[in-house]
Design a protein around this ligand. Structure first.
Ligand SMILES: NC(=O)c1ccc[n+]([C@@H]2O[C@H](COP(=O)([O-])OP(=O)(O)OC[C@H]3O[C@@H](n4cnc5c(N)ncnc54)[C@H](O)[C@@H]3O)[C@@H](O)[C@H]2O)c1
Ligand SMILES: [Zn+2]
Length: 279
């Protein structure tokens, strides 16, 4: 096993020995799984960074910002309307199911598995995960920009003006829907926005604190389908590794986090994760 020196620390190259991981997993009492867009890729939901990261001529990351919504709420709502409809047509894949099954199985043995996700697609819930922290909110909740009311909403279309809008092809003209025809609050008629955390916004402090507690207590951490460049996964897992807790990465490629982790399993997590968790 090769080792390298980084910032004065001796780091070992991660290993991809499934039997060694299984031994660690079987001994663990408190597992945290950090998941990102990659876990939903095999369900047919594109990640932001790979192919499919563009919507019309826009970079998805440029639309998921408060500035974009302020400048053009119609355009941002078209984008979210498209994403809601896309996700409504998709199902959890074997990686989501493996986490839900492992959680249930571990619970019967007095052990705990919790999922901390950056995803907003609710596929972990659909798969049956109960211990779930959604760091970035969900596509299926709205928040009023005027009174702050938060409401569940799975309607399609979310309002009549968005019916048939949001097509992703670059040649489709923007719908330019007047603000009064965009989704409105049932309580105060204020403009609604998706209840998701956009780039440049802070995470809900309660959710963040709950996530931090899980990470502080876990004795095994799984990092699944996240590029480890987006906060907070970027700092969560390396901090766990720094206190000597095993971290296992499941990704189709190496990431900037890989060298911090003990295990790295390269491949589609829909295949690698069920094997690793034995479900
Ligand atoms: N499904 C969703 O809810 C969704 C989709 C796109 C983006 N986002 C948001 O965008 C941000 C992007 O950050 P991110 O780091 O989660 O995603 P990302 O797009 O930056 O990275 C995705 C990672 O998943 C890996 N990956 C792709 N397919 C995989 C597979 N089948 N198995 C294992 N790994 C695979 C890629 O190599 C990459 O490292 C997040 O904040 C997230 O909220 C969410
Ligand atoms: Zn309101």
């Amino acid at each position: 096993m090769a080792s390298s020196s980084l910032a004065g620390k001796v780091r070992k190259q991660p290993i991809s020995d499934m039997a060694a991981f299984r031994t660690v997993f079987q001994k663990s009492k408190h597992v945290v799984a950090l998941t990102g867009a990659g876990i939903s890729a095999e369900s047919g939901i594109p990640t932001f960074r790979g192919a499919g990261g563009l919507w019309r001529k826009y970079n998805a990351q440029d639309l998921a910002t408060p500035g974009a919504f302020l400048a053009n709420p119609s355009l941002v709502w078209e984008f979210y309307s498209y994403r809601r409809d896309l996700v409504l047509s998709k199902k959890p894949n074997p990686a989501h199911h493996a986490l839900a099954k492992a959680e249930a199985q571990l619970a019967t043995e007095g052990r705990r598995l919790v999922v901390i996700t950056q995803n907003i697609d609710e596929l972990h819930r659909d798969a049956g995960t109960k211990n779930l922290l959604e760091l970035h909110g969900t596509l299926f909740r709205t928040r009023c920009t005027k009174c702050g009311d938060i409401a569940e909403n799975r309607a399609s279309p979310i309002c009549p003006a968005l019916a048939g809008k949001g097509a992703p092809d670059p040649e489709v003209p923007d719908a330019r829907i007047p603000e009064q025809d965009l989704p409105r609050c049932v309580k105060c008629a204020g403009l609604l926005r998706p209840h998701v955390v956009w780039f440049g916004e802070s995470l809900d402090p309660d959710v963040l604190m709950a996530a931090q507690q899980e990470l502080d207590q876990c004795d095994l951490c799984l990092v699944i389908g996240t590029s480890s460049v987006v906060y907070p996964a970027a700092m969560f897992a390396p901090a766990v590794a720094d206190r000597g807790v095993p971290v296992a990465e499941f990704n189709i490629e190496s990431t900037p986090g890989t060298e911090n982790f003990g295990f790295h399993f390269e491949g589609f997590c829909g295949s690698t994760l069920p094997k690793a968790l034995g479900v």
